[in-house]
Write a protein that binds this ligand. Structure first.
Ligand code: GRF
Length: 203
């Protein structure tokens, strides 16, 4: 099973996927990493692991539609079974989403449906909620709104800052993302209609 990973930055989640693959725990092979940012550290992580690392800078395209069209071409060249968004900081066009519907997973730093969008840790802290966390979900046209496949919770303590909370949540991201990817590649996790299912049972 073939996986293409899209990134924009540090790529710590990409690293977790690379490490899982190295331990035969991914259920497939990462065949390419694509970044819209030329200076993304995750590109080095990919190259160090011997994975094809591709830069596709969005600034070289006039429109979102043109960029996503080019991105579709690069992705399809690698014939992936699954496309993993691991900190890919771009809003995707409906054309892109529908092209790969049911074959795209994203990791989001909140307990969805809470805190869609950006600055999730700061918002959770300022609201004074007790629980925060991260979610792996299928990508649909609704930004951060697709069906959730897997979540992990962390407790917010009075000492937490945005940075400490981010670190705690990211540690959980690195645990659950490879698991969800493996479930998908094994054919256990699927998008069926509007629902994520696990072994045929809606989640
Ligand atoms: C993660 O916090 C993820 O939840 C969000 O973007 C961040 C990516 O971090 N979607 P990294 O590039 O994997 O280190």
């Amino acid at each position: 099973r073939r996986v293409v990973v899209l990134i924009s930055g540090s790529g710590s989640n990409l690293q977790a996927l690379i490490d899982a693959q190295a331990h035969d725990e991914l259920g497939g092979e990462i065949v390419a990493v694509i970044s819209n940012q030329a200076d993304a550290y995750g590109l080095k992580r990919a190259r160090d692991a011997g994975i094809d690392a591709v830069v596709l800078p969005h600034r070289e395209y006039d429109s979102r539609e043109a960029y996503d069209g080019a991105l579709i071409k690069v992705i399809e060249r690698h014939e992936p079974d699954l496309i993993v968004l691991a900190g890919f900081m771009r809003i995707l066009t409906p054309r892109f989403v529908n092209r790969f519907l049911g074959r795209m997973l994203n990791i989001h730093p909140s307990l969805l449906p809470a805190y869609q969008g950006l600055h999730t840790h700061a918002r959770a802290l300022s609201d004074g909620v007790a629980e925060h966390g991260c979610s792996v979900h299928f990508v649909t046209e609704e930004l951060d709104g697709g069906p959730v496949a897997l979540q992990a919770e962390v407790a917010i303590t009075p000492e937490d800052t945005e940075e400490s909370l981010k670190a705690k949540v990211q540690a959980r991201e690195h645990l659950i993302f490879p698991i969800a990817v493996c479930w998908y590649l094994e054919g256990r996790l699927r998008l069926e209609g509007d629902a994520a299912t696990m072994d045929g049972t809606p989640l």
